[in-house]
Write a protein that binds this ligand. Structure first.
Ligand code: MRU
Length: 358
């Protein structure tokens, strides 16, 4: 079951249909949806974090491709050109979460397998089926991550999470939050400490909201309080999501995750990443090569409608950081737990998966 009354994303209609998204920028005060009927609206929704979180971005992009193929054409050759144009365009929306590129790549590959004699309608239908498949697979993947992750936690554990890796960031159940939801379903109570996650407050606005909807005990803290709470002995594990995991296990996630991992190490607390196989990028040797999104300085100086820094203040606003593999106790995937985290254990877990970026 979804932690939200509305689905994070839903497709309405056939190949001429549209995508409905929860506008996450309006949460937690307003739960409103937007209907996306053109590719520009989807691009803007991804860019502005109306839809966000690595898996959800990938699913939105896959449906975005279907919308991009709706323009009238008189041949499959013209449709293939549209496919190339729309995938190139959507790929420019955000750089760090590999699920975006993974999903676009999957849509192109599906198109590549279609018989040359396919009609325009068959082509559109096949690509919509692929987007729906990506969406449906994510549901199973998130539940499997929850199942594997819940086995790592004892009843009564205090767990810290950063950003939002919940139902809002995926099809419905989340990655890191799926572990908490599953533990609760198994009758294993946890206490979740929620980093507010400056500057865009995904922890405060989205994670706290999701946990409260599910009746999970949660306490919100400012990001700079985590060390103190660890020192007080209230946190026994940290679990976050990821946006891209390199071949050696270095993992990019929301800015501030790396600091949490360093703090966890200093307090001898295990730091786990929960991420689907679609978040691994074997084409990238180490975290040094993961592209880090830089965002508008106004997110820091004028967040949520109020100026909080002097005019002209120089700002640096990287949206993600990279946690080195040696700080990660294990990566929880839908196929099981990767531990220790290194090139070999990752390669073994992924095997010859045809869809993984490599
Ligand atoms: O900028 P955002 O809100 O898209 O960042 C999201 C995160 O960093 C999540 O932790 C990550 O995408 C994993 S979501 C299952």
């Amino acid at each position: 079951m979804s932690p939200n009354r509305s689905e994070t994303l839903s497709w309405h209609g056939g190949s001429d249909g549209h995508l409905r998204l929860i506008d996450q920028t309006k949460l937690p005060v307003n739960l409103v949806t937007i209907d996306c009927r053109d590719v520009e609206t989807i691009w803007e929704a991804i860019k502005m974090l109306r839809v966000r979180g690595a898996p959800a971005i990938g699913i939105a992009a896959a449906y975005g491709v279907c919308i991009g193929l709706q323009k009238p054409v008189d041949s499959v050759a013209a449709l293939r050109q549209q496919l190339s144009d729309v995938t190139d365009y959507l790929a420019t929306s955000r750089p760090t979460a590999v699920n975006l590129f993974w999903a676009l790549d999957r849509m192109k590959r599906r198109a590549g397998t279609l018989p040359a004699a396919s009609s325009v309608q068959q082509f559109r239908d096949a690509l919509l089926a692929e987007a729906e498949q990506i969406h449906a697979e994510d549901r199973h993947v998130c539940h499997a991550i929850g199942h594997h992750g819940a086995q790592l936690l004892q009843p009564g554990t205090g767990v810290l999470t950063h950003c939002n890796a919940g139902g809002l960031a995926t099809s419905e159940y989340g990655t890191a939050l799926s572990v908490f939801f599953t533990a609760q379903d198994q009758g294993k109570p946890l206490h979740v400490w929620v980093d507010e996650t400056r500057p865009l407050l995904q922890g405060a606005r989205l994670t706290a909201w999701e946990l409260m909807q599910r009746g999970i005990e949660a306490t919100l803290i400012c990001d700079n309080m985590a060390a103190q709470v660890m020192r007080e002995g209230k946190i026994q594990a940290v679990i976050t999501g990821a946006d891209r995991v390199a071949a050696n296990g270095d993992a990019a996630n929301k800015i501030g995750t790396y600091s949490v991992a360093v703090l966890a190490k200093a307090h001898r607390i295990p730091f786990y990443i929960a991420a689907p196989i679609s978040t691994f990028d074997l084409s990238i040797d180490s975290g040094d090569a993961i592209p880090i999104e830089q965002r508008d300085s106004r997110e820091i100086t004028h967040g949520f409608g109020r100026q909080t820094a002097p005019d002209g203040a120089v700002v640096y606003n990287p949206a993600f950081d990279v946690t080195p593999a040696e700080l990660i106790e294990a990566i929880i995937t839908e196929r099981g737990v990767v531990r220790p985290v290194n090139r070999d254990t990752i390669a073994n877990m992924i095997g010859n998966d045809e869809h993984v970026m490599r």
